[in-house]
Design a binder for this molecule. Structure first.
Ligand SMILES: Nc1ncnc2c1ncn2[C@@H]1O[C@H](COP(=O)(O)OP(=O)(O)OP(=O)(O)O)[C@@H](O)[C@H]1O
Ligand SMILES: Nc1ncnc2c1ncn2[C@@H]1O[C@H](COP(=O)(O)OP(=O)(O)OP(=O)(O)O)[C@@H](O)[C@H]1O
Ligand SMILES: [Mg+2]
Ligand SMILES: [Mg+2]
Lengths: 224, 224
């Protein structure tokens, strides 16, 4: 489903270079469930952004479902992203002027789904994440963990074939965190390829395959 | 040092009311070290914002070092805040156009400290938090955990008499998280009153006094 070959990502800051991803090669099968852990600054979000077509590598190749996506135009990348990829951002990126409900509904609106069908699907996910009574709040009227769960609802509502979650439980108590992980795992059980970046060892060890990154490289890749 | 009496905070959202803080009374002695835990949405950030003079209660009284601060004007509140309170925000609120170094230095600039003295103090805290090699990056050029640590450096650099930290380790691996907690505890050992909101039980149990909130009320308050 995913092949990364010799992926490097170098950031330029003034006259300094940051080698955020260092010659990463990785293959992910359809339907796999991976966790990715590692120290702050080790390159986890950068790797996820490359996988999610939110960023381009400095060198190397990325094949998504057999198609070389590294060389696509921005519009083509956006189109592949919209169809196939759900992304839970480390800092959510909710639309400030829309309600929680509208934020979650947005991908379905963009996909041209009928209003009554959309409403039903939004209700289901808000119910699962305990957010129904906050549906009409805007993001600034929500707690940190409520915003995090809205971001998760939005990323998952289209049942994308690839779901990338960057620290989805970082602002959640253990009970809400477990609810979230169960929602993600349900989707994976339905066939969605799932990559979860986390600092929480309890979350990380639930994955079928566990990666560890240090200084831009994958230093550990274990299954079972 | 702090007395809260019958504090309520009610938010209005359309025609719905959210009773975020429900009749809270609390006394905190100078130099105490408290943790505050509880489910997502239970009112922890709201309570911290009241303590930090970033928000006013709907009813009730707040005495800070014997002075009734609930009825101060916005300017007076800002002045007390600047002098006495350091706040680590759940979502950092760094200045986007300033470097990490400048963000941390800002409170010292506002306090009129000389440049060479400022530079020295910023170096010390950046060193302690492992951020010296990211000093010239802007917030958008930092990882999530690096931003979190910059927010902590900024909040603590003036050695305020009251330090409020809202989920200071939520985006950190366990090693960086421990570094951060040790920095906060060092300040407390030096006499600073410290309140830490956290979802991490390992962090919460280190405090001398541990509070638990549910649905806007303090349901547990234990010491030792
Ligand atoms: N836009 C950028 N410009 C320059 N450097 C960057 C940029 N984005 C990230 N970096 C640097 O690249 C490295 C990897 O960042 P990344 O955000 O991938 O880390 P991370 O593993 O997600 O960390 P965390 O656990 O703290 O979220 C960091 O050292 C960071 O400072
Ligand atoms: N500006 C606001 N307007 C309306 N409701 C709000 C506002 N801010 C917070 N709330 C509501 O008040 C309640 C308490 O929010 P608060 O941010 O204090 O929770 P929290 O305990 O910090 O949660 P978390 O652990 O998720 O950060 C939540 O249910 C939230 O939806
Ligand atoms: Mg990150
Ligand atoms: Mg909060």
């Amino acid at each position: 489903m995913i092949t990364l070959e010799g992926i490097n990502r170098i950031f330029q800051v003034g006259d300094q270079q940051v080698h955020a991803l260092d010659d990463i090669s990785l293959t992910i099968q359809p339907g796999e469930y991976l966790s990715l852990m590692g120290p702050s600054g080790s390159g986890k979000s950068t790797l996820l952004n490359i996988l999610g077509l939110l960023d381009k590598p400095t060198s190397g190749r990325y094949l998504l479902e057999g198609r070389e996506v590294t060389s696509l135009s921005d519009d083509e990348q956006a189109s592949v992203r919209g169809e196939k990829i759900g992304f839970v951002f480390q800092f959510f990126h909710l639309v400030p002027r829309m309600s929680a409900f509208e934020n979650v509904e947005l991908p379905l609106v963009l996909a041209g789904m009928a209003p009554s069908v959309r409403r039903e699907r939004v209700h289901v996910i808000l119910e699962q994440l305990g957010l129904m009574d906050r549906a009409h709040h805007r993001p600034d009227q929500l707690s940190g963990g409520q915003r995090q769960r809205i971001a998760i609802a939005r990323a998952t509502i289209m049942k994308p074939s690839l779901l990338l979650a960057d620290e989805p439980t970082g602002n959640l108590d253990s009970r809400s965190g477990t609810d979230v992980v169960e929602v993600l795992e349900q989707l994976n059980a339905g066939g969605i390829t799932l990559v979860v970046v986390t600092h929480d060892g309890q979350v990380g060890k639930r994955a079928g395959r566990r990666l560890r990154m240090v200084d831009g490289a994958i230093v550990k890749d274990e299954r079972g």
